[in-house]
Design a protein around this ligand. Structure first.
Ligand code: C2E
Ligand code: CA
Ligand code: CA
Length: 256
């Protein structure tokens, strides 16, 4: 089954089966300042397949490289067309750091789409840093030097080595949704969130909490001085047309 799916994935890009959904990112008060681009695959017979299922398959072969280049270009092209200069966040795969010239790909994509670098944020997981550390930090520095921001995704789920925060000046830390969803349920998760927000405040790194679904979670985060949120409480990932009022209306962007 895996093998058949992987073979199908090889044609997905060419056949136009990939698309992007956009999920709003907002200030704690609900004002949307940008979107995260999330890849979607609609299989011709099986329908929608979750990225958690197909991205590992794509990463097991080099298909992920073409798919990721497509996502980057499509996300930048879309954002460049918005009336409001909102930001766009794109997920990077560890494989992209092992092959090809990632800084050049990013630079060329910005030139081709006309998106100002300051409106692009790249999300990496700490797994990326487990490879050749010096080489990868070098690539990240070159990307950051272009004016593109780098965010650490899923913070708290891996090794969460504090030395990573010292080795590279991340522009943002995303607290993983597994912690957010334990707010009010486990004392441990609540304490961890509080500590991460405090740590990042001390280091001067903005924090965004992902997977915020309830008002209880939002108000806890507000009380802990978390400045940004993403999750169903603000909006679900959807085709950008769903958010056309936010990105294109003449009034200032807002959730209302
Ligand atoms: P991620 O980067 O942590 O993305 C957030 C995931 O949480 C998304 O799942 C999103 O739909 C989901 N989510 C957002 N808000 C909520 C919420 O309030 N509650 C709940 N329960 N879930 C929420 P999705 O779209 O299925 O993506 C799964 C993962 O696939 C992503 O996790 C990311 O690691 C990966 N992925 C998606 N698109 C790309 C891509 O273009 N490139 C790469 N390399 N990875 C991608
Ligand atoms: Ca992400
Ligand atoms: Ca996550």
């Amino acid at each position: 089954d895996r093998w058949v799916l992987q073979a199908d994935l090889g044609h997905a890009l060419r056949n136009g089966e990939l698309s992007l959904h956009f999920q709003p990112q907002a200030e704690i008060n609900g004002r949307i300042f940008g979107f995260e681009a999330l890849m979607r695959w609609t299989h011709p017979t099986r329908g929608a397949i979750s990225p958690d299922a197909f991205i590992p398959l794509a990463e097991a072969s080099d298909i992920i490289l073409d798919m990721s280049a497509w996502v980057l270009k499509e996300a930048c092209r879309t954002a460049a067309g918005w009336t409001h200069p909102l930001t766009v966040a794109v997920n990077l795969s560890p494989i992209q750091f092992q092959h090809g010239e990632l800084p050049l790909l990013i630079q060329q994509t910005l030139i081709d789409t006309g998106l100002p670098p300051s409106r692009l944020e790249l999300e990496i997981t700490e797994g990326i840093l487990l490879g050749d550390f010096a080489h990868i930090v070098g690539l990240l520095r070159r990307i950051k030097a272009m004016g593109v921001r780098i965010a650490m995704d899923d913070f708290g789920t891996g090794y969460s080595s504090l030395s990573y925060l010292q080795a590279f000046p991340f522009d943002k830390i995303k607290i993983d949704k597994s912690f957010v969803q334990s707010i009010g349920r486990t004392e441990q998760a609540t304490t961890i969130i509080r500590a991460v927000i405090g740590l990042c405040r001390g280091l001067g790194i903005p924090v965004i909490a992902e997977g915020v679904e309830t008002e209880e979670q939002r108000s806890f985060l507000a009380q802990e001085h978390c400045t940004e949120i993403q999750g169903y409480i603000i909006g679900r990932p959807a085709p950008i047309q769903v958010y056309s009022k936010v990105v294109d209306s003449l009034a200032p962007a807002s959730t209302t």
